[in-house]
Design a protein around this ligand. Structure first.
Ligand code: 6MZ
Length: 345
């Protein structure tokens, strides 16, 4: 269902709201700007892709796909954020042909834009270019883009750079993003994501910064874990990002820069709670940012493993503690407006 897991943090908060509060959340114009394509495939779409896959690939990765699907069907339980990345080999096996990518992209965008009412007015979806035995990374990325452009102005794409990529690949994919932007395609930015501890960000930063040359914007997953040291964080800030993902463990020096430059932070409450990068919703760093009147935008991250929805993420703001943060409706409305304003389009 659109409303995800009944017993997830967002589901509990949603059910603690009055029907007037639920209607208020549904009526707010919202933007989703931090959603990973392969992390947001609706479960029923993934199950259909698995049926096709298992019918056509009787030997390759069969056990892995069946195991991965079983975990996602049951509902993931993560001990730490590292466990999260182990979910993707199975998902990636199922989105490795152009037909599967088309189907998945359409299902993801429909789950945000075509529900009644829509979860959001506008979505900036992100995805990592990926070469498979059936297509080049360019074919993969432009297949997603082709489908996304049929949503006519309600969706735009962000190209994700994975921290595990070689410098040569980072350069090639940034170049690809620039050329697609210059060709007038619906690409608005570049993201940095993936295993938070991989890669040398001092080497990545100048390449990432260069996206601004052609009018693309930059967002980076930053300080997502306590092991991301100050050097890593400051290197990423040197690329002049236009938004930040998570920013959970900013050191005082990094925090001073973020607050001073008013760099909007993409906040994914359920994701952080389930990946255990925050101890609880009540300890979430969003409260600190809100005290500073810092711009934050509420997002879902990966609705497939986290079984959340944008409605539920907003419910976590509005529901009274301990289920939610107990913000006033006016404040929740303001945050939705910040989301619309910080979009890259
Ligand atoms: C870092 C994440 C992430 O790009 O293949 N991804 N990277 N932190 C997170 N927090 C939970 N959630 C998702 O979508 C899946 C990819 O997005 C990144 C991971 O690299 C994952 O493989 P795409 O469409």
């Amino acid at each position: 269902s659109v409303l995800g897991a009944e017993d997830g943090p967002g589901g509990l908060a949603w059910r603690a709201l009055t029907s007037a509060q639920q209607a208020f959340i549904k009526s707010l114009p919202k933007a989703e700007v931090h959603a990973h394509m392969n992390g947001c495939i609706p479960l029923n779409c993934l199950q259909e892709l698995a049926i096709d896959y298992l019918a056509n690939n009787p030997t390759t990765l069969v056990d892995e796909v069946q195991r991965g699907l079983a975990v996602l069907e049951k509902g993931v339980v993560l001990t730490e954020i590292g466990d999260f990345f182990g979910l993707f080999p199975a998902i990636y096996a199922l989105t490795s042909t152009p037909a599967a990518v088309k189907k998945a992209t359409h299902a993801v965008l429909s789950s945000f834009l075509s529900t009644s009412p829509a979860q959001c007015e506008y979505i900036e979806l992100r995805t990592t270019p990926r070469k498979t035995p059936h297509m080049t990374a360019y074919e993969y990325f432009t297949t997603v883009l082709d489908v996304l452009e049929t949503f006519q102005g309600r969706a735009a794409l962000i190209l994700s750079i994975d921290r595990r990529m070689s410098i040569a690949d980072v350069k090639a994919y940034v170049q690809m993003a620039k050329e697609l932007k210059q060709a007038g395609r619906a690409i608005v930015g570049v993201d940095l994501c993936g295993d938070p501890l991989a890669g040398d960000m001092k080497q990545f930063a100048p390449i990432l910064a260069s996206v601004h040359d052609v009018g693309l914007k930059l967002t980076v997953h930053i300080a997502e874990t306590p092991q991301n040291g100050e050097e890593d964080t400051l290197a990423l800030l040197s690329a002049k990002p236009d938004r930040l993902g998570h920013a959970t463990f900013l050191t005082p020096a990094a925090q001073a820069i973020v607050l001073d430059r008013q760099i909007p932070v993409e906040i994914c409450l359920t994701s952080n709670v389930l990946c255990k990068t925050v101890d609880s919703l009540q300890d979430h760093h969003v409260s600190h940012l809100l005290t500073h009147k810092h711009p934050v935008v509420i997002c879902t991250d990966d609705t497939l493993p986290f079984r959340n929805s944008l409605f539920e993420e907003y419910a976590l703001l509005l529901a009274p503690p301990p289920l939610g943060l107990g913000l006033a409706e006016a404040e929740v409305e303001r945050l939705a407006q910040v989301g619309m304003r910080t979009a890259f389009r």
